[in-house]
Design a protein around this ligand. Structure first.
Ligand code: HPA
Length: 278
């Protein structure tokens, strides 16, 4: 195969195989990546064809993936969508290009918009567990970039990153939040490699750098999406106060507990975003 194993040609092959399995469907208005604990939205997708990652050609084998994941094609609010529940995190040892590969596949399926979501620790002092934050911008503190290596066909070599999270779609998301009565903050997401949660000193540093929330995902997918010209909108679920901002140690159980609690608000918000997308 010409190009990276997680490049444009591989994504086209995956998309073709997905279309064969899912049948001929309308081109999705959006591709949706569901973060930790936020997979509940996948159950709301109607007329859904669900494809486990192990059956998605081009995705790494189950042993490499190491966790369940599925790609869901169907409709939300009457609009065609393709959603991915389950990520390829760099902290699992995955290549940055693989972490960004889901965006390539969604693009190859024809989605012009990428909706990304994640769970993160809250840094801004007013944030509480359960706060939903529209991502205004990000800090790539993973110190890796999914575009390194040969330029992929269709990619911009040096993508402009002045507004990776589309201005118009951010306005649309704020209107959507107001319509469904969900409180939505806006702030900067710092993406770190993980899998450790941050130290107290690191959280102080992140606050100084202008971060409002911190997590271990999203940045690779967004970079790849921007290189291909997809418009991006991102939602962070603040699941806990970042290290040092509360007396409690951070546990994955707390993260999941919080996402369970806010999944209703999150789903209403994303449904309204999808309903009102251009
Ligand atoms: N830090 C990094 N990633 C996270 C956190 C956190 O506090 N909470 C959920 N994901």
């Amino acid at each position: 195969m010409i190009g990276h194993s997680y490049g444009a040609a591989a994504a086209r092959a995956s998309a073709e195989a997905i279309r064969k399995i899912a049948g001929d469907r309308t081109v999705p208005v959006a591709g949706i990546i569901l973060g930790s604990g936020l997979g509940g939205l996948a159950k709301a997708i109607e007329g859904a064809v669900r494809i486990p990652y192990r059956d998605v050609p081009g995705f790494p084998s189950a042993t490499v993936v190491g966790h369940a994941g599925e790609l869901i094609v169907g409709t939300l609010e009457g609009r065609a969508v393709a959603a991915l529940a389950g990520r390829f995190h760099m902290y699992e040892g995955h290549d940055p290009a693989l972490a960004g590969f889901p965006a390539r596949v969604l693009h190859a399926l024809g989605a012009p918009v990428l909706v990304v979501s994640n769970a993160a620790g809250g840094i801004r002092s007013s944030f509480r567990p359960g706060t939903l934050m529209l991502i205004e911008d990000h800090l790539n503190l993973m110190f890796r970039n999914p575009l390194t290596g040969a330029q992929e066909e269709g990619d911009t070599r040096f993508p402009d990153m002045s507004d990776p999270y589309d201005r118009e779609l951010r306005q649309l998301a704020k209107r959507a939040a107001a319509t469904v009565g969900v409180e939505l903050e806006e702030g900067v997401y710092a993406g770190l490699l993980g899998p450790t949660y941050e130290t107290r000193a690191e959280v102080k540093m992140l606050a100084t750098l202008g971060a409002d929330a911190t997590g271990m995902s999203t940045v690779p997918e967004v970079i790849v999406a921007r290189a291909m010209g997809m418009r991006v909108v991102g939602i962070t679920c603040v699941t806990n106060l970042a290290c040092g901002l509360s007396d409690q140690p951070i546990t994955h159980a707390e993260v999941i507990e919080t996402t369970d609690r806010v999944t209703g608000d999150f789903q209403r918000l994303v449904r309204e975003i999808v309903r009102t997308l251009p």
